[in-house]
Design a protein around this ligand. Structure first.
Ligand code: ATP
Length: 430
């Protein structure tokens, strides 16, 4: 070819190759940005009404088809650029042109259309994704017939492998929850965020904790027998530090109501008398709300809200009374101890100056760990007595001493087969 024709041809080809490499870089960076952009962050921006974020979120939600669009564009420009470069190099260097074009295009594409744009996009994925989203979206719409075909082809190929790309993966929910836990843990690495970290984690763990883990055990519940004289009942209720007092007829297994102290005091004030019939006591009270001991805290929290109640009576599988749980017990799992004016320091725990504690067997492991900042838990038992039984696998005798998980447990008192009192001392770290 004459030199006069060759010079402009080289310029056109070079310009076209240059433009195609830029396009290829754009597709590569878009692919990285769209896959690396934080979905929760984009979701938040979309909720605030940012149009680009809304558009981007819709694309992230149909990621397979968007990625197919970008790959289609990327491969098309790479192939065209390489073909042009090969044609140009053959014109310039005859048969050596193919080798020269292959080496130079591979180098150019890897550096300028892959590594560089992808690395840059990975530094600010969501900002870049927001900038390019209108262009990618337009391309996505234009190429949608093709990507639609690819999506069907993918389904066709995936079914024999036991995968269904159109339905969410079965472990998706677990993955999301683990991802959320991971984000919370990373957030909590900064000491300034410690408190938020603990609270956020606790909220996610509510489903794993049951009401029996946080309840007040039946032996500690202020309750009365309706068969007692009415004057004694009133005196007991008024002197109790509790607001909701369950009552029974004859046996604790026969709870028939829960009396709210405020209702009683209102009645006394209105009638100007402390004399009350038992029938009046029953009328002032509300029926007991029984829940199974394995109800998880999340469900119970929702149930409290739905029923607009603050306390429930826990029963076991044989309908035997186990304890009481209130809204405060659940909230304490999230925010830590909430002591009001009348709250008693954890009943059944007596601190000793040498750093150990004498603890009643019914005290729950969660209350104990929170009160003393100790971590005694095996994920199985609810109370400290249950924990020792579970760990020792025998009914221990008085005076027996066990060492588990960094603590020394000395059995101080037994009530029949029940471990009544234990001395717990943390073992030295070494
Ligand atoms: P309020 O704060 O609404 O006046 P309260 O102080 O009596 O009520 P909550 O704040 O709901 O009770 O719960 C505080 C703690 O007391 C919880 O651990 C709960 O299990 C326990 N509790 C609630 N009622 C009783 C009761 N009748 N007997 C023993 N413990 C109770």
């Amino acid at each position: 070819m004459p030199d006069t024709l060759l010079t402009p041809l080289i310029s056109y080809y070079a310009l076209a190759i240059f433009v195609l490499i830029i396009l290829s870089a754009f597709f590569s960076s878009a692919e990285t940005a769209l896959t690396a952009a934080s979905k929760p962050l984009i979701h938040q921006l979309a909720k605030r009404g940012e149009t680009r974020a809304v558009q981007l979120l819709s694309m992230i939600n149909s990621q397979t088809r968007v990625i197919a669009t970008l790959l289609l564009g990327n491969n098309a420009v790479n192939v065209i650029a390489t073909s042009l470069a090969t044609a140009l190099c053959i014109q310039l260097w005859n048969e050596n042109g193919v080798l020269i074009a292959s080496i130079s295009m591979t180098t150019l594409l890897i550096i300028f259309a892959e590594i560089l744009p992808k690395s840059l996009a990975a530094m600010r994925p969501h900002q870049w994704a927001l900038i390019i989203s209108p262009f990618v979206h337009s391309l996505y719409l234009v190429l949608s017939p093709l990507t639609f075909l690819f999506a069907h082809l993918l389904s066709f190929l995936a079914y024999p492998l036991g995968l269904n790309p159109r339905s969410p993966h079965t472990s998706q929910n677990t993955d999301n929850e683990d991802e959320l836990l991971g984000v919370i843990d990373m957030h909590g690495q900064n000491p300034q965020n410690r408190e938020e970290h603990v609270m956020l984690r606790s909220i996610l763990e509510l489903e794993e904790i049951t009401v029996s883990d946080v309840m007040t055990h039946r032996s500690q519940v202020d309750m009365f027998d309706l068969n007692e004289p009415a004057a004694d009942i009133i005196s007991f209720v008024v002197n109790s530090k509790r607001t909701r007092i369950p009552f029974y007829a004859g046996s604790q297994e026969n709870i028939i109501g829960v009396l709210h102290v405020k209702n009683l005091l209102e009645h006394i004030a209105q009638n100007d008398t402390t004399f009350m019939s038992k029938k009046a006591i029953v009328q002032l009270s509300s029926p007991p709300w029984f829940i199974p001991e394995n109800t998880n805290l999340k469900n119970q929290l929702l149930a409290f809200r739905k029923r607009r109640k603050h306390a429930a009576i826990i029963i076991d599988e044989y309908s035997a009374f186990v304890g009481i749980v209130t809204l405060e017990d659940i909230l304490e799992e999230i925010v830590g101890n909430i002591d009001d004016e009348l709250d008693i320091p954890l009943p059944g725990v007596q601190r000793i100056p040498d750093g150990s504690c004498i603890v009643d067997g019914h005290v729950t492991l969660r209350d104990l760990s929170r009160e003393l900042d100790w971590n005694i838990d095996d994920g199985k038992a609810s109370t400290i007595a249950g924990y020792i039984l579970h760990q020792a696998r025998v009914i221990p005798k008085e005076g027996q001493v066990f060492a588990f998980n960094g603590f020394l447990f000395e059995i101080i008192a037994r009530d029949h087969n029940r471990i009544a009192k234990i001395k717990i001392s943390p073992l030295p770290k070494s």
